[in-house]
Design a protein around this ligand. Sequence first.
Ligand SMILES: [Zn+2]
Length: 474
Amino acid sequence: MTLRLYDTATREERDFVPMTAGKAGIYLCGPTVQSAPHVGHLRSAVAFDVLQRWLERSGYAVTLVRNVTDIDDKTLAKAADAGWEWWAWALRYEREFQAAYAAVGVKAPAAEPRATGHIPEILGMIERLVANGHAYEQGGSVYFDVRSFVGYGALTRQALDDLSPAQDAPLEDKRDTHDFALWKARKDDEPATASWDSPWGPGRPGWHIECSAMAHRYLGEEFDIHGGGLDLRFPHHENEQAQSRAAGYGFARLWMHSAWVTQSGAKMSKSLGNGLLVSEVLAEHEPAALRLALAAVHYRSMLEYSPSTLDEASAQWARFQGFVARASEKVGAPSAATVATAELPAAFVEAMDDDLGVPRALAVIHETVRAGNAALTAGDDAAVAAALLAARSMLDVLGLDPGAPEWAGEKAGASDAAMGALDFLVKADIEARAAARAAKDWATADAIRDRLAGAGIVISDGADGARWSLASES
Ligand SMILES: [Zn+2]
């Protein structure tokens, strides 16, 4: 079975056919870095991170480009209100976004281009559009001439006359109210640092052109997949496609859009006052639980966020972690290379190949963990080892392998050597305690246990003998 993905442009699931065998180029619209990231912002990053991981597990070399919109009207306005330089304001939030992405295990993209770092590419594309008659200058600004391009509206299947005007510039400057700005002439109240020289005078890029210019620079005239949040379909992606194709480029062959995080049915956003800042959520919950909550709902379905969303995800995560810890202790942990290359259960592969069916894939993982826990109880080590490897391999595809270094928490935070030395010392004490108990020397056995407890080490007795853990973990 081949990977099938839902193409938002054709509105159907299609076989993924890469332009170049074994390779996948993806352009993902990244953040506008004007305020702190909230949970809703992380959803598309996690969705496309799962896509990248699944493509890689399926043998593709993935080049994922995720841009940073580091200049726009809101960034300039907010920075001015706060008395900041706009570029310092943008960088501050760019760092917050990067930290939030990294916290929930989103892989760093192959390229993370900033709009302001690509003014020559942006100017080059605008000049091309002016030269071929798809754009015109007016008052130092340049607009895309939507009537000149017959494919305008094709992505979102909208007729031009049904659309509301593009509100990105004074309508009287435009030939048609739907024309949108490619280049914005500098306004007197904007800082000089927010403008660049151009053939039409000083100014700055409109929002949409940066993505066309940067996709072209890093992925070429045509590439496999363009992604983003559902809210970007119009006008942003419609405009990206129109200007790139009008410039003579094939642009994206397949479009994917992730749905919103909603609260009480409304899109989560700061303007609604219902934003949940990532920093606030992570103060109370493990990052892996947040990732699991965001990934667990199919990427094309709305994720209704409630106070119980994270509690449920945390409980699921604890179940995965607990099984992996117990099974590893019993039969030993497989190496990272083994986890990354093990054969995956057919039902899991089928679910992932069907437009990234993570809910069904998670059901297979839960079934595997259930079977693994039963094998632990039954003392069937071979079945425990098989379930451990299968569970970790599947969770690895979702970026949620509890055995991976990023999620190993405190235990991995201490160096492996230090943990190894501690394990050696504590096990010697555990053996001495077992010997004392066997000799019915309860006073000595209790003294050893109390001494370890005083050092923050908890001993628990089980059918297989005593185990230890750090008190801070239990
Ligand atoms: Zn974009």
